[in-house]
Design a protein around this ligand. Structure first.
Ligand SMILES: Cc1cc2nc3c(=O)[nH]c(=O)nc-3n(C[C@H](O)[C@H](O)[C@H](O)COP(=O)(O)OP(=O)(O)OC[C@H]3O[C@@H](n4cnc5c(N)ncnc54)[C@H](O)[C@@H]3O)c2cc1C
Length: 498
């Protein structure tokens, strides 16, 4: 047994956040004799959406020694090379672009793209859509998986698509096998000590669970952090307008895509996520601009399913963050600590980053609150760093078919950092240097910023150069095409790899 003050931890909530937290903490602290209990309510259930990831999900699963061959078939999972953004821009040649996950080989062609994008920022008539310069975009167009053959030993980062309910069940099975105490029941009341610390949770069947430390994974209701400890919620609605979503499955294609597709619609955007057995589709929109029925009608028309046979699920989203994620003897992880809308599928990545950063801070402080403030500051910076990049998609749209898109473009509520990055782009300065100066390069790199800003076709009118001068400014596209085509030969069709 340890002689630490923290001997019992209770996690409230058994969604993706709860089971990810349980697995990570169990692996880290089991040897210290800390007992971990997870309580979840079968009556309330989980949110049941969230089917796309970033490469951090692989880091999380690898850290638990869980192989792809074990978890992917159980969760109907597929590989994800990145996200295509369609119809966000109306600029000719830029109606669609692909945002790839970082890939070592793309860094070789990145400089060719950066040169062209910089020339195009100066007005020179050169090709600057990022797709032409990205191996990951090429693999995606050919519906190939991001796993190279053995004789092509380069490292690729990729994400996944998966059934979120099945992933939750899989993680629950793993956590219980590894020693987590699993309780099913609904928490009805929370008791606190005189110093404000949480002392116990009481279930509706009368059972009481005491602990030294609590993790709030109760979803949007944020029972412990917001409701009990009264941490204020800060809404992001001044520059992220979407507050609602609809989810609707359709049949999968025999040639399964290896990307998420994000298509701009009238008052938001539609996702299409390929699993092995179905497409998960949905529409993320703002209820300030259209009703639930109008949104559903538009999504059905977009998907070509006009009948009501397939039922749609309507969801409300609480977009923003709690003022702090850790207060007293409680840390919130997942939707209970906040949520940035799912445009770049960052929530699960955020969950993992929060757990890891919390575990480091808690351990370094000898399982006390010593590093609470630094931790909270870091989480808040993570929120702002990701938020800026998401807002950038809306701010740079060129659609004028609805007030929604016009208001997004004309919105003046953007952070100083985002304003500085836009100025840097328009003034043809160096994106990488500016990200470093602003100390925000860890959230999205200059490659992602360059990809989005050029992918949206955010360029001035073309200069009147002679074709010869324009050609001189252009990167060697023959080399780029040849390089990408040769690399792509080392990859197999997506469905063959599943
Ligand atoms: C439209 C939409 C699309 C999304 N897409 C993505 C995506 O592509 N990628 C991504 O990474 N994320 C995405 N997300 C976010 C993702 O769904 C969540 O981050 C993830 O599912 C984690 O949720 P959670 O565990 O925090 O909450 P939940 O799944 O809501 O779990 C809450 C848990 O708390 C329990 N609980 C609540 N109250 C009580 C109580 N009183 N007693 C006992 N138990 C209780 C519930 O039963 C449940 O087990 C999306 C979210 C939305 C809304």
């Amino acid at each position: 047994m340890n002689d630490l003050k923290v001997k019992n931890i209770v996690i409230l909530g058994g969604g993706t956040a709860g089971w990810m937290t349980a697995n990570v903490l169990q692996k880290k602290w089991q040897h210290l004799g800390i007992k971990i209990t997870l309580i979840e309510s079968p009556d309330i259930g989980v949110i049941g959406v969230g089917e796309g990831s970033t490469p951090l999900l692989k880091v999380f699963l690898d850290s638990l020694d869980i192989s792809e061959s074990e978890w992917m078939p159980e969760c109907n999972a597929t590989y994800k090379n990145g996200i295509s953004f369609k119809n966000w821009s109306t600029v000719s040649g830029y109606e669609e672009y692909f945002h790839p996950f970082p890939c070592g080989l793309d860094s070789l062609t990145f400089n060719y793209h950066y040169n062209n994008a910089t020339q195009r920022r100066k007005g020179v008539d050169v090709i600057a859509n990022p797709n032409r310069f990205s191996l990951m975009a090429s693999l995606t167009e050919k519906k190939l998986a991001p796993i190279p053959s053995e004789n092509f030993p380069f490292n690729f980062q990729y994400g996944y698509h998966f059934d979120s309910i099945l992933l939750g069940k899989f993680l629950r099975k793993k956590a219980v096998e590894r020693g987590i105490n699993h309780i099913q029941g609904t928490v009805e009341s929370v008791a606190q000590n005189s110093n404000g610390d949480i002392s116990s949770l009481k279930l509706s069947n009368g059972q009481t669970f005491s602990a030294d430390f609590f993790v709030d994974c109760s979803g949007f209701t944020s029972i412990l952090l917001e409701k009990t400890l009264k941490v204020p919620f800060i809404s992001f609605s001044d520059n992220l307008f979407n507050d609602s979503a609809i989810a609707l499955p359709t049949e999968i294609d025999p040639h399964i895509p290896s990307e998420t597709l994000s298509t701009a619609l009238t008052n938001g955007w539609a996702w299409q996520i390929p699993l092995t057995n179905r497409f998960g589709n949905g529409y993320v929109y703002s209820s300030q601009y259209c009703t639930q029925d109008e949104a559903e009608k538009e999504l059905r028309a977009h998907l070509g399913i006009l009948d009501d046979d397939i039922e749609a699920r309507h969801l409300k989203m609480k977009v923003g963050k709690t003022q702090v994620s850790w207060r007293n003897n409680c840390v919130a992880v997942g939707l209970s600590q906040g949520f940035i809308e799912p445009l770049e599928a960052t929530a699960i990545q955020f969950i993992y980053a929060t757990i890891e950063q919390f575990a480091i801070a808690f351990e370094e402080g000898g399982f006390t609150n010593q590093h609470k403030d630094e931790f909270n500051q870091r989480v808040n910076m993570n929120f702002e760093g990701i938020r800026d990049y998401i807002v950038l998609h809306y701010k740079t749209n060129s659609r004028s078919d609805s007030q929604y898109w016009i208001d997004n473009r004309e919105n003046k509520n953007i952070s100083n950092n985002l304003e500085a990055m836009l100025n840097c782009w328009y003034n043809i300065q160096n994106l990488e240097a500016e990200l470093k100066r602003l100390n925000i390069a860890t959230y999205y790199t200059h490659r992602s910023w360059n990809c989005l800003l050029s992918g949206m076709g955010l360029f001035p009118a073309k200069e009147n150069l002679t074709p010869a001068d324009a050609k001189k400014a252009q990167s060697d596209l023959k080399y780029v095409d040849n390089f990408i085509d040769r690399c792509a030969m080392n990859f197999k069709p997506h469905e063959e790899m599943l």
